[in-house]
Write a protein of this length. Sequence first.
Length: 86
Amino acid sequence: MALIVEVVSREHKVWKGEAKYVRARTLSGDIGIMPGHIPTMALLAENGELLIEPVQGEKILTNLQEGFLTVSNDRVTIAAKHAQVD
């Protein structure tokens, strides 16, 4: 079982794929998401990191600026004002 993750910014699609784990910085602190996570909606911190552990391949570390995150039925959508993959 895997998460379907999509990360977008105002400028472009940043990343889309299957992941085992996602961690993001929200206004309330860091949130970790694994398959089976309860439905969630959160505001992203003004400046923060997003870590994605894909099913295959290397970890992805992305810097985010503002936006929101939703989780529902093993789908994670992250929309940020700006996102950049390191």
